[in-house]
Design a binder for this molecule. Structure first.
Ligand code: TYD
Ligand code: MG
Length: 454
């Protein structure tokens, strides 16, 4: 295919010129010029068909007059994946899956494609592994992959040709960083290649009503490699994460045009591929053998489901003039604030102590509902007195020392009761009128009341 004329345009200011330069003459930024295909706004250019070509006929329509088409959802056969996608895959949508190398992105998508292949046409394009490697992987997995059509190809034009011919309803590209278009000279994985290829694949998905999965690599800094524009181009961005050394994997939606974000799906990596974890609360509670001081159990909400997690604290005499406050899985400032409230309204001095907080199982605590549990864990470690194992604690703490209610209190309590917790210390406003069977609920209004009940 003949190479199109390319220009170098600045990712910061949009300035473009025919030659590359280290510094953008337009805005003065360094290393921002990337190779791009010039956008000629003519109706002859297929990229603009439907835009410039139909300029005269556009008109605005009141939202009420637009018939809401029912979006057909395809179940992937993996309930945990369906959940993060917003109850299934939407045709004509583009989903980006990011994650560290070796976390299981290829395994997950191969498994999902295997489940789908019996029902609908799929195509799994691999640029990372050979078909032999894929088939070896497929043999290890318990899912039946024999019907999955696999294509080992990295040239975008040839992938598009096969897709046009086979007309799959679900197309997987593993990974977007290996795909390149012949129109650009730069190497696969470069900003311009990734951006151009993703844009063309997304357009293909929209125009042919194909559900598209793009696998994206994550850089050391934790961002998706390639341009951030990748996240803007797609409808859904999922992150696949896991603790080093742990067999549990968590998939979460950070952007979703067809569902809620913050939803969480949990898998376990086994010999036979990924297994869904139906009851994730159990894995986030560390299975301690005997009672130990400095640990408290809290119910948080991830997306639409309550999750029991364990908060661990270690309080120790500090050799430093400026004691350390170290947190893993929560915000450092929140801990500083809680310790200040504990000192001012609870009379507990911690100025000479190092305080470490850890959330078991690699969970992230983004909710204020964990405040009370953190205070309980800190106190338990400070006094070296374990909390009873069947207690669960949640609630938000305000700067004036009040304990504030959190959303969905009853649902959290039910989840705790389901896992055998017998006593709950919760904000007074969160106590359900009818109570929870088999559970004693202790309402607290202020920090003092909470300390007294602990
Ligand atoms: P992979 O899907 O190749 O990761 P990614 O595509 O995100 O780079 O996952 C590879 C890892 O998963 C590898 O370390 C082996 C492990 N694995 C299993 O434990 N069981 C299995 O059945 C399979 C297929 C892989
Ligand atoms: Mg892979």
């Amino acid at each position: 295919m003949a190479r199109a004329k390319v220009v170098y345009s600045c990712t910061e200011c949009g300035h473009s010129q025919p030659k590359w330069a280290g510094r953008c003459p337009g805005c003065g930024a360094w290393s921002t010029l990337v190779e791009t295909i010039p956008e000629v706004s003519s109706s002859a250019n297929p990229r603009f068909a439907g835009y410039a070509g139909a300029a005269g006929q556009s008109q605005a329509v009141p939202l009420g007059e637009i018939k809401a088409e029912h979006v057909a959802r395809i179940s992937t056969g993996l309930a945990e994946l369906d959940r993060v996608l917003g109850s299934g895959l939407v045709k004509g949508s583009a989903v980006l899956i990011g994650g560290d190398p070796g976390i299981g992105k290829s395994t997950l998508l191969l498994q999902a494609t295997a489940m789908l292949s019996g029902r609908i046409d799929t195509l799994y394009v691999t640029g990372e592994e050979s078909v032999q490697q894929i088939s070896l992987r497929a043999r290890r997995m318990s899912a039946d992959c024999s019907r999955v059509p696999v294509l080992a190809e990295t040239a975008l034009e040839r992938i598009a040709a096969v897709a046009e011919q086979k007309k799959p309803e679900v197309l997987v590209i593993d990974s977007i960083q290996t795909v390149y278009t012949e129109l650009l000279n730069s190497a696969p994985g470069s900003v311009s290649q990734v951006r151009e290829c993703a844009a063309r694949l997304v357009r293909l998905a929209k125009s042919h009503n194909v559900a598209l999965f793009l696998v994206g690599h994550v850089t050391k800094e934790g961002a998706l490699a390639g341009p951030r524009v990748l996240e803007h181009m797609v409808d859904t961005v999922l992150y696949f994460e896991g603790e080093a050394g742990s067999r549990f994997r968590v998939i979460r939606a950070v952007k979703n045009r067809f569902g809620a974000t913050g939803e969480l799906g949990v898998f376990a990596m086994t010999e036979g591929g990924l297994k869904e974890v139906k009851n994730p609360s159990a894995i986030f509670l560390s299975r301690q053998i005997d009672d130990s001081a400095g640990s408290a159990v809290c119910v948080i909400r991830e997306g639409s489901r309550p999750l029991l997690i364990e908060v661990q604290a270690l309080v120790d005499d500090s050799p430093l003039g400026n004691p350390r406050r170290v947190t893993v899985g929560m915000e450092n400032n929140r801990l500083a604030m809680l310790l200040a409230v504990l000192h001012r309204h609870g009379g507990v001095p911690l100025a000479g102590q190092d305080v470490f907080i850890n959330l078991v199982g690699g969970v992230r605590l983004a909710e204020t509902a964990g405040d009370l549990a953190i205070i309980a864990a800190v106190l338990s470690s400070l006094k070296d007195r374990p909390l009873p194992r069947d207690w669960v604690i949640f609630g938000e703490i305000g700067l004036t020392g009040e304990v504030r209610p959190v959303p969905h209190g009853e649902e959290r309590l039910r989840e705790a009761a389901k896992h055998g917790f017998k006593r709950a210390i919760v904000p007074a406003a969160n106590v359900p009128k009818k109570g929870i069977e088999g559970m004693e609920i202790v309402p607290v209004r202020t920090l003092q009341e909470a300390l007294a009940s602990l």
